[in-house]
Design a protein around this ligand. Structure first.
Ligand code: COA
Length: 247
């Protein structure tokens, strides 16, 4: 796997992937997309929490405009970035986006694909694609509405309004603001809390949360049925009860 555009740091319960094209403000190019696919392949085979982060005070200033300009209709239909971001969204374990500075265009859409987003006070997040003569086709038109609601999503997508960190927090787009020096530690603290729980229960929670409305509650019951038979559930509940003197 190419680790130049994406620097990957692997641990037993989590992987940190750092977007690493600082000279291009981490613009997401084909090489980075290929690296996302390689990473997803790895995390699909060996599920772990993923932390996505940027470099030098920038998360990502969008898809690479040099490459975008050269793309034609058939490239649009291949949904190059959308496919990678959907794969990231569908990873078995949670994805945390730690956002510093700009998260624009495709960079914002990568952040929207995460399960949990936190940021620094310098965050500027949003979609400027129509100003470049294109639409935000890698998730913004449906995901942003799901995360923050139609009113503000419409204003952001139709007027290229960027949200500050405070505005993103108020809108529920991010769930915390941290000083730049503390951002990665805050992401790790979230990963630590995830690591306390049973990984299969976390995976099933994510599966249930991603399912369409009409899949509930049948899907939840099926996932729970599997967990009710799991030795880990028995172990965890027995431990809880025995600590309190119950048998
Ligand atoms: N694609 C390709 N290259 C990009 C890029 C992008 N999305 N964003 C920045 N870069 C490149 C610039 O071309 C420049 O390259 P160069 O040094 O070879 O000329 C380098 O990154 C630095 O960019 P610059 O604009 O000088 O940095 P800045 O700190 O003054 O401004 C931004 C940062 C993010 C405000 C500005 O780069 C910008 O507006 N980028 C495009 C944002 C956008 O429209 N994204 C949506 C794309 S889908």
């Amino acid at each position: 796997m190419n680790e130049i555009a994406l620097v990957v740091d692997r641990h037993s319960d989590r992987v940190i992937a750092r977007l690493n094209r600082p000279d291009k403000r981490n613009a997401i190019d084909r090489e980075m997309v290929d690296a996302f696919h390689s990473l997803c392949e790895e995390l699909e085979a060996e599920p772990r929490t993923l932390i996505l982060t940027g470099t030098d005070g920038v998360f990502a200033a969008g898809a690479d405009i040099t490459q975008l300009r050269a793309r034609r209709a058939e490239d649009a239909r291949r949904a190059i970035n959308a496919t990678a971001f959907i794969r990231i969204h569908e990873l078995p374990m949670p994805v945390i986006a730690a956002l510093d500075g700009y998260a624009l265009g495709g960079g914002a859409e990568l952040a929207y694909a995460a399960d949990i987003r936190i940021a620094t006070p310098t965050l500027k997040i949003g979609n400027t694609e129509p100003c470049l003569g294109i639409i935000a086709a890698a998730g913004a038109t449906w995901r942003l509405r799901e995360i923050i609601g139609g009113g503000l999503a419409s204003e952001m997508l139709l007027t290229a309004r960027l949200l500050t960190a405070d505005e993103a927090l108020a809108a529920g787009l991010i769930s915390g603001i941290h000083a730049p020096a503390d951002l990665l530690a805050a992401a790790h603290a979230i990963a630590d809390r995830i690591a306390v729980a049973d990984p299969l229960a976390i995976r099933h929670t994510k599966t249930a949360m991603r399912a369409p409305r009409d899949a509930h509650p049948a899907l939840d019951s099926e996932l729970q049925a599997e967990l009710f038979e799991s030795p880990e559930k028995m172990r965890r509940m027995t431990e809880f009860l025995e600590r309190r003197g119950h048998r």
